[in-house]
Design a protein around this ligand. Structure first.
Ligand code: ADP
Length: 163
């Protein structure tokens, strides 16, 4: 039984993340989305809101589950019995940061295995940050985020003050 962990902020989850998760769930027996509790990053959605959206999206997919963590990722991986950590690698710009993080995680736990998955081309420019920016300016991106996320982003940005 091979278990993978897919850690990140997921503030909010996008179709780029969903694509990676669906593909990973065909390779591994179990994939856990590990939502980072990161109050210092000033997230738009609370951990509970992020977890609830992800749970709604993958309802009916028994080998994709959702959890949250704080502190060291390698410790969470050890605690949950994960064999592999998955990260997505979009443009060259992701590479340096991801490379540093992977090397540091190896340093912290030499037994950890980290693999990188490329997004499909239509999602390779997509980031949670840009998605939030578009919705905050009144736009919407129904092709790039799951329905639950589109709905929650509209609640946060478009419905405010509408009564
Ligand atoms: P973090 O804040 O840890 O970078 P994110 O929530 O932004 O977390 O992303 C989690 C993981 O998913 C990271 O490995 C990131 O590179 C990857 N990722 C983000 N957006 C996409 C996308 N559009 N396609 C594929 N992978 C992505």
């Amino acid at each position: 039984m091979k278990k993978a962990l897919y850690p990140g902020s997921f503030d909010p989850i996008t179709n780029g993340h969903v694509d990676i998760l669906e593909r990973a769930s065909r390779i591994f027996d179990m994939v856990e989305v590990a939502v980072l509790e990161n109050p210092s990053k000033n997230p738009l959605f609370s951990v509970e809101e992020r977890v609830a959206m992800i749970r709604e999206i993958f309802r009916g997919k028994p080998n994709i589950k959702v959890g949250s963590f704080r502190g060291l990722l390698v410790e969470y991986a050890r605690k949950t019995g994960a064999d592999v950590i998955i990260r997505g690698l979009r443009a060259i710009s992701d590479f340096e940061y991801e490379f540093q993080m992977a090397l540091m995680n190896f340093k912290l736990d030499p037994s950890v295995e980290i693999i990188f998955m490329m997004p499909r081309v239509e999602y390779s420019f997509l980031s949670s940050k840009l998605v939030k920016e578009v919705y905050s300016l009144g736009g919407s991106l129904p092709d790039l985020v799951p329905e639950a996320v589109d709905r929650e982003l509209k609640k946060k940005f478009h419905d405010s003050g509408a009564g």
